[in-house]
Design a protein around this ligand. Structure first.
Ligand SMILES: [Zn+2]
Length: 267
């Protein structure tokens, strides 16, 4: 089995995780910028984080035979301070030139607040101005459908944005069809309890098909499983999916989406 981890916060993971992922067939990981688990106090904190994502982490991943790609933004959880968000967005363009940066992400909404909306619009404008792919985080639980709709309205409201160049992540049963019907890609996050379990993710593929959809572990500093993608591949096999169908879901689909960036090349 070969696979891509399209959403892993590897700066929070250990070298054992890299070894396990490489052993399980992972060839590349893509790491969206994320909240650190605490609020960074200044734009300098983000500058250092973007250096870590674009300089240090690719080297660490390479030691275990994995390619490492990244996405940049200020996370919606830190978007209440609009001035800080503007300062962070202002330093992103210089990093977009770096060879492993695929786009802007993970942007979106957390509490669906007015300030989060403003910062989301600024990120969408940044992505459009620099012709970048977009990776979107959608809010949790009861706010998910409302937040997903608000995000899609912002994206559809900017005529420069092509939906096939946007992946909307953390979809669940009640949001996936809305996302696919509007032409976006959908990401399913495999968490042990919240978001999608492997069984629910496979149910979703069996219901809505396997086009424009990928799976990720979204492993970070919290409770998460770095091997969730290959384990779900095994679960697909148990449920009678062919080796080709599994390869499409966990390898070819993420390659297809990310290859829209000229910087994404599997070597
Ligand atoms: Zn994430």
């Amino acid at each position: 089995m070969r696979y891509i981890e399209p959403h892993g916060h590897m700066v929070s993971r250990t070298t054992d995780d890299y070894i396990d992922m490489a052993t399980a067939g992972c060839v590349a990981v893509s790491e969206p910028a994320f909240w650190a688990g605490f609020d960074r106090s200044s734009v300098d904190g983000f500058y250092d984080y973007f250096c870590q994502l674009t300089e240090h982490e690719p080297k660490r991943a390479a030691k275990f035979g994995l390619q490492h790609f990244t996405w940049l933004c200020i996370n919606p959880k830190e978007s209440e301070d609009v001035k800080l968000a503007e300062d962070v967005i202002a330093i992103i363009p210089e990093f977009l030139k770096r060879p492993s940066v695929l786009g802007i992400g993970e942007i979106g909404l957390n509490k669906n607040s007015r300030n989060e909306m403003r910062v989301l619009e600024k990120h969408v404008d940044l992505a459009a101005a620099h012709d970048q792919l977009i990776l979107v985080h959608t809010p949790h639980l009861e706010d998910k459908l409302k937040g997903t709709r608000l995000i899609m309205d912002v994206l559809k409201g900017d005529k420069r944005i092509r939906p096939e160049r946007v992946i909307i992540d953390h979809v669940e049963e009640h949001t996936v069809k809305h996302v696919l019907d509007r032409g976006f890609w959908a990401g399913m996050t495999l968490y042990p309890e919240s978001k999608c379990t492997p069984a629910r993710a496979i149910d979703i593929i069996e219901t809505y098909g396997n086009e424009r959809i990928w799976m990720n572990s979204a492993c970070d500093w919290g409770v998460s499983v770095p091997l969730a993608v290959p384990r779900t591949g095994l679960e697909m096999k148990k449920r009678g999916h062919t080796a080709d169908a599994i390869d499409k879901m966990i390898y070819r689909n993420p390659v297809q989406f990310m290859s829209q960036s000229p910087k994404f090349r599997i070597s």
